[in-house]
Write a protein that binds this ligand. Structure first.
Ligand code: NAP
Length: 205
């Protein structure tokens, strides 16, 4: 059975927990406070710093929180697949942070982790509502992902498909730059009312 730890229980953390529950995965939800919300009775709850039980570890927190996550877990992620879902946008300027021009959050995360930790980029091109409903317009929600770890990508794709989503491998981890560009543009369009949070970009079959 797939096991997944989701760090963060905001909109995306909750949507990904729903997907994992549909797939029958073993779910751990980790947050700054471990107080159960009751939203996911099938999950176990833990506080940031507790041991992670999942083979897949989703960082469902803002990119600005990554230093805090790494402080707790950098040296405790060996053999796990860490999934970066972040989109960085400075809503005061509608620009990407300068430090990420020419790179990606996923590549920067991988650079900071030991070599035995696999990093995947995934979910950042999915607005949370389309993960909850599992539809985007008239199609099944499609999750694009990128990474260099073949087994990790298979585990993620299996989980997504078991939950009724489409899963598309976009290639090696450098493709995260393109995924992040798409996610960035989608966030700009949604936050300025040019598309709806309930739909967004998708890849037609
Ligand atoms: N919303 C979307 O449609 C969407 C789509 C694609 C990608 N994303 C990406 O998904 C990630 C999460 O977004 P979201 O919409 O789910 O955000 P959210 O609803 O605001 O939830 C953020 C979560 O991160 C936790 N958190 C914030 N700062 C933290 C810190 N310093 N240390 C530890 N935990 C921290 C929060 O904990 P508390 O509960 O304790 O505050 C909360 O559980 C972001 O990287 C975002 O770019 C979002």
């Amino acid at each position: 059975m797939t096991s997944i730890s989701i760090i963060g229980r905001g909109k995306m953390g909750s949507a990904i927990a729903d997907i994992a529950a549909r797939a029958g995965a073993s779910i751990q939800i980790v947050n700054r406070s471990a107080k159960p919300t009751g939203d996911h009775p099938e999950a176990t709850y833990a506080a940031l710093g507790d041991d992670l039980t999942g083979d897949l570890v989703v960082l469902a927190v803002p990119y600005s929180a990554y230093p805090n996550i790494l402080k707790h877990y950098r040296d405790r992620l060996g053999g796990k697949v860490v999934i970066d879902i972040s989109n960085t946008i400075d809503f005061s300027t509608y620009e990407q942070p300068e430090a990420l021009i020419g790179t990606s959050t996923a590549l920067e995360l991988a650079r900071q982790l030991p070599a035995d930790v696999a990093v995947l980029k995934a979910f950042n091109v999915n607005l949370a509502d389309t993960l909850i409903t599992r539809t985007n317009g008239t199609t099944a929600t499609t999750v694009l992902f990128a990474g260099d770890d073949a087994e990790g990508k298979i585990a993620l794709a299996d989980l997504l498909q078991a939950a009724g989503l489409r899963a598309i491998d976009a290639g090696p981890l450098p493709r995260s730059k393109q995924l992040e560009a798409i996610g960035f543009l989608q966030m700009v369009l949604a936050s300025t009312g040019k598309t709806r949070y309930e739909s967004g970009f998708t890849l037609l079959p």
